[in-house]
Design a protein around this ligand. Sequence first.
Ligand SMILES: [Zn+2]
Length: 170
Amino acid sequence: MAPEQNTCKICTRNPATVPESATVPRYCTTCWDQRLKQLYKLQDQFRSQRAMRTTEAEKYFAYHEAVKDEDGLCAVIFCMHDNIADHLDVSAYLLPVLPWDEKVAFIYPEGVEMEVELVDVFLSFVEGDLISGWRCRSWTMEITRCAPGAFWVDSADRDAGDNRKAEEEE
Ligand SMILES: [Zn+2]
């Protein structure tokens, strides 16, 4: 028996051929392009700025245009590269300034509506905007939701004694 040809989940008319990487394609190319276009538009509301860089790690601030305070700061992201495993370890901290669980609607010409959560849009933004800039064999990401009330410790100098103590403990 020949494998069943799926039809597109959105227009339910054309044969499903994409995404090509999927075991079972779900959409036709027209609907898929429309979906990507809408996703890119939502991703464009995020932007990132590199706050710090060392040879193996970078820290970024992410901003969203719907956030009015702090220039739109909505997340802090750390990328650490493990040279031996050639693995990128990503930690993202979401600030409680956006409705991360809120469903964002995608509307297609057929009048069909599909929804994704804002946090999923954020994940594809991080992958496309930040992770794509790293050369690594694999990556993982850990997401932490922060409660309000973060605070910072201002720059603190240490004396030679503190550094000696750290060396002894190694
Ligand atoms: Zn379709």
